[in-house]
Ligand binder design. Structure first.
Ligand code: ATP
Length: 667
């Protein structure tokens, strides 16, 4: 039996966990209609703006994915735009390659440049990528300006226009129709990506890289992929730009182009793909307006002054509408939905016996926390036994009970002169609960962090399921079944409660970025969502499944974190102070749950300040004091160990023992 029995008839949620596909279809249909009609109705100035908006929408979508999803800022998107354009122009003009080959070459060159910058930079945390891309922008601009091959300041020109079935694309209307399908396809792929397993993982990384890694997300690989994808879209934009203006020049890589792209993304709303397209149109309109307005206000002003206009708009948006247009639209939409719902409730109240039997015929069946094949308890109804203890699913353990699942040998962590953990060794047997206790600052969390890969030990080894994992990133252990919770909660606040627990299923999923973009992972997603919901019901969190995770009370956030860790079907679960902040009732429930999980075969290591709880729960207890392992054994032996008593209470052993007993009685 696995930890989570999967519902055989997993059904699609009707509660809105997945963004509304119908809305996307309607949106894309309207956009397509506008694209078809616009060239027949727009003035030539409008058509010119529309063409450039479409061209810039591509790098803007890329930047939006990078900044909104991957949480990385690029100040040099124009560099990839220029690399795409120059490569395309060079292949066309100097090597006389066919248009399609030259275009693909432009995109590939931009992606390769991104790999070159991203591979070293994305390993580092912080804003290094922003600085590196800013530098790249300057390098590209200066290189093409100084290099004979790229035409110096004059640039490259004289290459032909694109042709489709022998028809030259030689006016704005045709060019608009030529670019638009690429933008629409890019839009759909990007929308799919944001909803996919990979997209959700990226948002989670934004919320808490440590928690995402601990659930098996390889954050570095994902960021590199999104950065490369983002550069590819910029390169494609550059290819179209080169075709449209019929010249490529160093200005394309200038900083103000990157700022323009940044403005499009911020104005539209970070991470919103629709917002990026809207932002592209608005900034192009704005830029047209500023071109006339600025010389009228400041006679003799050059194009540089336009940057001041962009800067002002950027500041205003950040101050007044930090979520951009996307946020504004969402706020209005939410208000409309609230009013509609209120009206519906009022109307229902007028109908005698308005208790409709809605959906009774298609109630989902669940095997988890209920009887297989029988209608499930509604979300929010706790699946509990007669004593109020949650039902616990079965557990699969890769080892026989008592075999070493985790071996820690000579684990040491020094911070300058501070030895946080000093030569600690212990073994955790499978199917047992091990308590790790010690006074404040004893080194418990540091120990956890070294075991899970959050920090690298100064020396020592951590062997999990026979493989040394010390010093490796947390996702390495997580993929093999090593999952943890955190002393300081690490909630994915950008999503709801079910979204958090769904992320716990990450290591069970397979779909990558490509499958995500193509929308070929529906089954896997719906199945994992159902499992997440089932688990929430079992943990009595079903009633808050749709709430924003950050809005939950502290105690329920802790329970949600445990639930999220369980969703990953771990072989070894490390819990860092899971009882902290819980009510007495919640503590009791959690203790029962842990006992039941252990009885089902799960191995648990528990760091906890509630010593009485640990001594009552654990099969073995390790005690740290000042980084040193001072006791290790069965709870009874540890309870009476004078060294432990002195470490905890810092007084005479007999007196301390008496105090400890009193404490336990009152606990
Ligand atoms: N990044 C760091 N730099 C310097 N010292 C650190 C760092 N992290 C932890 N320490 C020190 O290492 C020691 C152990 O800290 P740790 O947080 O592991 O203890 P703990 O047993 O988990 O404490 P608590 O129960 O209060 O959470 C403490 O003295 C702490 O100040």
């Amino acid at each position: 039996m696995t930890l989570l029995q999967k519902s055989p008839g997993a059904v699609r949620s009707k509660t809105g966990f997945w963004p509304n596909n119908r809305a996307t279809i309607i949106g894309v249909s309207i956009l397509t209609l506008v694209v078809i009609i616009l060239p027949f109705t727009a003035t030539s100035t409008m058509m010119n703006i529309a063409v450039f908006s479409m061209i810039f929408a591509l790098p803007a979508i890329g930047l939006s994915l990078l900044m909104g999803l991957a949480g990385q800022v690029s100040l040099g998107q124009a560099a990839f735009f220029a690399i795409g354009a120059y490569t395309h122009a060079i292949l066309l003009q100097k090597f006389e390659m066919p248009g399609v080959v030259a275009a693909v070459g432009g995109v590939v060159a931009a992606m390769l440049a991104a790999l070159l910058v991203g591979l070293p930079m994305l390993r580092l945390r912080g804003h290094y990528l922003a600085l590196a891309t800013l530098g790249l922008g300057f390098i590209v601009m200066i290189a093409v300006r100084e290099w004979e091959f790229t035409g110096r300041t004059t640039g490259i020109y004289g290459f032909g226009r694109p042709e489709v079935f022998g028809i030259p694309i030689d006016n704005n209307g045709l060019f608009f129709w030529y670019v638009a399908p690429f933008v629409i396809v890019g839009l759909v792929l990007a929308l799919n990506l944001t909803r996919s397993r990979a997209g959700r993982a990226l948002s989670s990384v934004n919320d808490s890289e440590l928690a995402a890694e601990s659930l098996g997300v390889n954050t570095y690989a994902l960021r590199v992929k999104v950065f490369t994808l983002s550069a590819g879209l910029a390169g494609l934009g550059g290819v179209f730009y080169a075709y449209q203006v019929q010249i490529v020049s160093p200005q394309m890589a200038e900083f103000n182009v990157s700022v323009e792209l940044l403005l499009m993304v911020v104005l539209g709303g970070l991470g919103s793909v629709w917002g990026a397209i809207a932002g592209a149109f608005i900034v192009e309109l704005l830029s047209e307006g500023l071109r006339d307005l600025i010389p009228a206000i400041i006679p003799g002003a050059t194009g540089e002054v336009q940057l001041i206009g962009y800067g002002l708009v950027l500041i205003l948006v950040i101050l007044l509408l930090p979520g951009g247009l996307y946020q504004a639209v969402r706020t209005v939409w939410a208000a409309i939905r609230r009013r509609t719902a209120a009206r519906r409730v009022a109307a229902a109240a007028l109908v005698p016996d308005g208790t409709a039997d809605a959906g009774a015929g298609d109630a989902p069946t669940r095997a988890f926390g209920g009887v297989p094949g029988e209608p499930a308890a509604p979300h929010g109804a706790a699946a509990v036994d007669e004593e109020g203890v949650p039902n616990v699913p079965g557990v699969s353990t890769p080892l026989a009970e008592g075999e070493a699942i985790l071996e820690v040998r000579g684990l040491t962590k020094r911070y300058g002169g501070v030895v946080a953990v000093d030569d600690v060794s212990f073994t955790v047997p499978a199917g047992r609960i091990m308590g790790l206790i010690g006074p404040n600052g004893a080194g418990k969390t540091t120990c956890f962090n070294m075991i899970t890969g959050a920090i690298t030990p100064t020396s020592g080894t951590v062997t999990f399921l026979g493989e040394e994992v010390q010093g490796r990133k947390p996702h390495v252990g997580a993929v093999r079944g090593l999952t943890r919770t955190f002393q300081n909660l690490q909630v994915f606040s950008s999503t709801d409660v079910v979204g958090n627990v769904y992320m716990g299923r990450y290591r069970e999923g397979r779909a990558g970025i490509i499958r995500g973009m193509l929308g070929l992972q529906g089954r896997e997603q719906y199945r994992n969502e159902e499992i997440a919901r089932d688990l929430l019901d079992t943990m009595r969190l079903g009633d808050v499944a749709e709430l924003a995770a950050g809005d939950l009370p502290f105690g329920r956030q802790r329970m949600m974190e445990v639930c999220r860790a369980l969703a990953s079907e771990p072989a070894l679960l490390l819990l860092d102070e899971p009882m902290a902040g819980l009510s007495g009732k919640e503590r009791e429930m959690l203790a029962s749950l842990l006992r039941a999980l252990r009885d089902a075969g799960l191995t648990i290591v528990l760091v906890e300040h509630d010593v009485a709880q640990v001594l009552a729960l654990a099969d073995t207890v390790a005690v740290l004091d000042d980084g040193v392992l001072i006791a290790y054994g069965e709870p009874e032996a540890v309870r009476n160990d004078p060294a432990v008593i002195v470490a905890y209470l810092g007084t005479d052993a007999d007196e301390a023992k008496h105090e400890l007993e009193e404490l336990e009685e009152h606990a």
